[in-house]
Write a protein that binds this ligand. Sequence first.
Ligand code: FAD
Length: 389
Amino acid sequence: MDLRISDHDLAWKQRAKEFAEAHLFPQELELEFNGHLAPDVLARLRSAVTECGLNAINHRREHGGQGLTQLQQTLVNEEVGKATGALWAILWHPPLPLKDGTPEQIRDYLAPSCRGQRRAAFAITEPGAGSDPRLVAARADRRGGKFYLSGEKWFVTTGDYADYLLVHAHVDGDADRPTLFIVDKALPGVQIKRTPKFMHTYVFGHPEFIFENVELEERQILGSIGGGLELTKEWFVEARLQIAANCLGAAIRAAETANAWATERVQFGRAIRDFQAIEFMLADMAVEIMAAKSLVYRVAWEIDQGIDRKLVHARASAVKLYSSEMAGRVIDKALQILGGRGYMRENPVERLYRDIRVDRIWEGTSEIQRAIIGGQIKKRGLGPFTGWV
Ligand SMILES: Cc1cc2nc3c(=O)[nH]c(=O)nc-3n(C[C@H](O)[C@H](O)[C@H](O)COP(=O)(O)OP(=O)(O)OC[C@H]3O[C@@H](n4cnc5c(N)ncnc54)[C@H](O)[C@@H]3O)c2cc1C
């Protein structure tokens, strides 16, 4: 067994590290205290992403992406995941299902999105449909060769910044025909209802959208009528792997901050790391990170070896569940080691504490990941999780 990472792969990690330190970390406090970044700053960051070759790392080179392997993407996502305010979202990852679009969809949507000229947001969740997408009420009614989209979508991450949305709707209101529509935001009938505030500070918004009888052509369907859920699952798998790597980076940054403080801070005549209570917390944090990293890298490597799609789905859930919960535990301990300073917004650990809470909710809650894993165990036994490859 050879667990070494090649120099070429490590070079991607280093490139992302330098990018995060040079471009993302310096924006953290501005974002935290102003709640947003100015348009010229966002434009500069967008140029920096392209100049550093970190645009669309998840897409093939012929579509304008960087064509990174899953392991390389993981290494990049880990490094940028260290930034607070979800500044990792500055790097755009056009939704993976776009790669299966028609040649026109690839030309008009995917290729410009890879270049950073367009940006997509994914709209599935609704007031009445969260974990259970069959409850989606958004409908696309077919009339005279066109589709008329009506409904409401919530929590559309980056929906304020994006110029088009992938909207999950049921054709003619039939839950057996879930379908993804590519919807330009400028179309008549598309409207942002409101942009609520959330626990974290996030570089973009999560607005709510209303669609009122939006006229769509057949060519705006991504994939096939009824094929929307399968495409959405592909998006979930990718997003879950990304979340896991981001959480790993967040946990490492928090642990490093706490470890440095444990040496610097003196109370009762000695560095606080000399109290076993603190030392044990650091030990638990290190081991938890080690376990998560082993899991996240392993599954990324397996995907690059071409393991079965069903295994990928099952293991993406395991990786997301473990890494997001691990980050919650590690960052909580890091905050405790920092004492009152850990509770200050100017401290990255305080921001990470709020930032990573959503990772147990979005792209499938922890309970939904456990339900997926439990379902796989029922069907295939423990092998997919306790076995190897
Ligand atoms: C900041 C943020 C950004 C988001 N971005 C997007 C986005 O870009 N696009 C998008 O479409 N959505 C987005 N979401 C929505 C997110 O994916 C949903 O919030 C999530 O899937 C859960 O749905 P829900 O909030 O409706 O909770 P519900 O589904 O109502 O769940 C409520 C509780 O019940 C539990 N539960 C539900 N079903 C089961 C079950 N079968 N077994 C056990 N427990 C269960 C859940 O785990 C949870 O604890 C975002 C959410 C947030 C908070």
